[in-house]
Ligand binder design. Sequence first.
Ligand SMILES: [Zn+2]
Length: 368
Amino acid sequence: MNNTACFPGKYIQGSGTILNLEHLINRFGNKAIILASPSARKFLPESFFHTPLSQQFVVEIFGGECSEVALTDFSNRIRNEKADVVVGMGGGKAIDTAKIAADRAGLPVIIVPTIASTDAPCSGCAVTYSTDGEFEKVHYQRLNPSVVLVDMEIIAKAPVRFLVAGIGDALATWFEARSCAANSAQNECGGFSTMAGQNLARLCYDVLLKYGVQAKIDNEAHRVSPALNYITEANILLSGIGFESGGIASAHAIHNGFTALPETHAFYHGEKVAFGLLTGLHMMHAPEAEINEVTAFCLAVGLPVTLAEIGVPEIDREKLMKVALKSTEEGSTIHHEGKGITAEKVFEAIIKADAYGRQLFMKPAHSG
Ligand SMILES: [Zn+2]
């Protein structure tokens, strides 16, 4: 197996970049189909709704789940409209649907994330869920998106919970890449980890620790600031390249496990990934100082550190074993942490991580 890395064709981040979308579409084709979540559609520039431009694109509103049913519908629309460029606009699931459908149709895809909630925009892989929201499968595309276009004015307007969820997704990147390198596990682009993957993952973690809290404050004030710019790049670009070219491990596997419980579906990907990361650190007996650093950061930015915060208020062995079994099923990336990971170990680590998090809440704020 070779060392492999993959990247988006072009990454553009700045204020007002959405105005470049028309030009970008024209560079790739004659007719665009734009898959937009209901809240993302309003960010399309006014010019899109006037002739002649309005004849060169159609907007399809995204239904909410990246499932095979949604993919079949959207693929049919692409064919019927004879589109030659696909644009995915919105959050992780709208983006993933656009990426898979574009790949199946053999068309270039331009991604416009309107929230910085996941590292899906830059990657060449996407995840499908059942119509009930349970994790099903990872799909690998032939190429990463041709363009990722991030408009900071749009990102700054989004509710802060999205940015925090993106921080949770990005927080796991370095730890998962590190595990993959240590165990010579395959990354998400079909090879061994590269220096690019490892170092961008590490940079991602450092940027989060340094600017995460400030970026949250700025996002709450809907202010485009240096910190918000750095964290947006960390959440979308650094984490995107970091997880794909560095590899994923227990945090995402445990996230996938939690999707087996319907009560966790109201919580975002990155929120569950953050708790998955904490569980993974306990499971692998990470140094106390490291567990402290990550947990304290989660508390500081408002990421979940307890089960209750991802919708599981009571410890129910049967339910949590369901999570643990799904996390450890054959082919799960949890095995990138090394040999001998069992459902029982995951179950115990979930309990440990939850107890650790709950005990932090009981401490007075300044007791250290
Ligand atoms: Zn993720």
